[in-house]
Design a protein around this ligand. Sequence first.
Ligand SMILES: Cc1ncc(COP(=O)(O)O)c(C=O)c1O
Length: 369
Amino acid sequence: MDDYERPLFFHLMKYAAEADRDVVDMVSGNPDWEPPEALRTGLKTYADGTPDEFQYPPSDGLVELRAEIAQRHDVDVERVVVTNGAGEANYLAMATALEAFGGDKIAMATPVYPYYHKRTEMLDATATFVPSEPDGTLDSDAVREVVSEDTAAIVINSPNNPTGGVYGRETKRDLVAIAEECDALLVSDEVYDRFVYDEEAFETALGFDSANVAVTNAFSKSMAITGFRVGYGIYPDHLTDAIRTRHMLVNVAGSRPAQRAVLDALRETPESYYERNRQLLDERIEAFCAALDRAGAEYARPRGGFYVMARFDGHPGTLDNTERLIDEAGVAGMPGDAFGDSHAEWFRFAVVTPRAEEAAERLAAHFGR
Ligand SMILES: Cc1ncc(COP(=O)(O)O)c(C=O)c1O
């Protein structure tokens, strides 16, 4: 259980903070920009509320918040359950799929967001892995090869952490069809849907009307509030009772002040807020990738999300080498082997720091030829 007791990124952030030199921290996916103004105002207003407003909210989330989410996604509000971040929304989908669809296997892409396969292990199920394409996309034929009647769920994430790949309409359509064919739940984690740099690339799985699709999301990244823990799942009708029960028995309910502030922010935040942050990240990625060129690194420019994976000749992405990069170059990333064996040679850098360009210059100077 080492990974649970002391997750790698806490170790690396601590290692970076205690280094003898200045280090640019590109380890974790914590946004570094302002939350929406209406969120701060909403919280302040909440603090002056009456005592009854400090009591349990409905277990599946504030009614107005669920309605706002349902309206934005054009789905029946009964399908929406507000969760403790996208993390819980994914857990509910995976655990319920194992019960409702039968089978003990969960398919997922590599490199993999570590919580997917660790959670699969926790649920006493077996993860089956599909290698991503070099540009971070997923070949649906490759998915077909790993699924079977033992597959209870296929968990996908687009825009992707860690690759930055974005799955288009055709891939999503094929994945929905595969889930239907093998009687599994397609869990489409869309937590980075506000960070797409190639306008045409992204397609939500909600675009396909299917009893085999669950979409998970959160405000953690889009509103820069990973500490608030407000996410949601949009589940197929036949699973919502089981999901609500599991959510309630695990959590009782979510946090009322956080949900209330998110509701205010959802209603009042202009599109320009999201656009500004998307642009900021796009520019950082551009500068970071340009410096990676100068460093002679191999990488695929992300089409979404806020992570860049890179590989440097002769310097594979092990934990030891990650620590060396901190000590010798002053840049902290994540070792690629944290995301499975397929990218053990690589590093992942999160561009959620105003110093991303400076970090890239350091990498260029360290590895540059
Ligand atoms: C792919 C993916 N899904 C889910 C999460 C967790 O989201 P939340 O903080 O809303 O639980 C993350 C966080 O980094 C993520 O990268």
